[in-house]
Design a protein around this ligand. Sequence first.
Ligand SMILES: *Cc1c(COP(=O)(O)O)cnc(C)c1O
Length: 401
Amino acid sequence: MNYQNAERPAILGGIPVRPKGPPTWPRSDPQVDFAIRKLLESGDWGRYHGPHVPELCRRLSEYQQIEHVLPCSSGTVAVELALRGLGVAAEDEVILAGYDFKANFQNILCLRATPVLVDLDPSTWQLDCSRLETAISTRTKAILVSHLHGGFVDMPKVRKIADERGIPVIEDVCQCPGARLYGRLAGNWGDVSILSFGGSKLLTAGRGGAVLTSRTDIAERIKRYVHRGNDAYPLSEAQAAIVRPQIDQLDELNECRRKSVQRLISRLADGVGLTVLQRPVENLLPAYYKVGFQYRGEDFHGMPRSLFVASLRAEGIAFDPGFRGLHLIHASRRFRAANELTQASRADAEMLTLHHPVLVDGNEAVDEVVDAIEKVRKWSKEIQSRCSTIENSGTEQTPVR
Ligand SMILES: *Cc1c(COP(=O)(O)O)cnc(C)c1O
């Protein structure tokens, strides 16, 4: 490779900024190795009921200071169980953001209730609390909020509105275990909260999840649904043993991720074409499963987001488009739009996310992210003229009817 090839973007045949690609996840962890070795030696991995699931629940309950921890098979199931725990049923409405995890919407449909979509706050691209009240109707059974891409919903406002109306809140903490707003942990703002231990998540066993609540009535209702002589949505002993040590490391790793994001933000400040959505907020200690940005194509000579993502991926940096706007992938008869979903549509088109493993891979890895963005920006005209086909092969999907 000559000098010019090293300079060229990888998508045009140059050498990637990170030839080994993005860091893998989960990363190797001596504590998890130890837990797995003990599982093998004890034979606990093969038991229906052993010490590990109860121990994980005890530890989570202690960490969150929430009485009831109900383990289950995924974050997606945890949302369904939370909805069931609140008695959501046919004809009810559940309010959520127009931009959210797709399964949250599907879970509401699954119970034959109607999702009511609220727009995002234009400055943070989290659920816009100032629009929450107009979404409430006599049929509203719950408000489902997700903290997404390193941001945090304005929970004091959500709580105030919900408490005035006596509407319970489900808090989806799948993307931010250990985050705190005004010192209060994510998961402790909702009447019922959910965690995921999915393979890409900050706490992971490949699969798994949990429902957290301090309300005994909710916990009892969920237990009645789940226990059918057998546990219908179990978390295994092995999964529990693997997640358990990760809770001890969560605060430290979150701090490391925050430092990396601060470094990233300060180096991106010179206008590299991405607007940082989650600027440090005084009372917020965020947790980063993804770092959300607003992609400004005009700063890349009009390069489409899909081509930007492909270019950065070629450099070994794990950028992705965000979620699809829920109103854009579902037939309008499936939901009620409480207000115009202008920002949700913008987030659908312009959200860019950086996956978290690079944030615990050292300063050099963080700087490589910036270098790769800078490289792609410099070459953005040439990349576009050479890659016109990639433009049309983004992640766009047609609506599900
Ligand atoms: C990952 C995720 C879930 C569900 O997690 P699974 O365990 O993969 O089912 C729910 N909500 C949000 C916001 C998520 O990111």
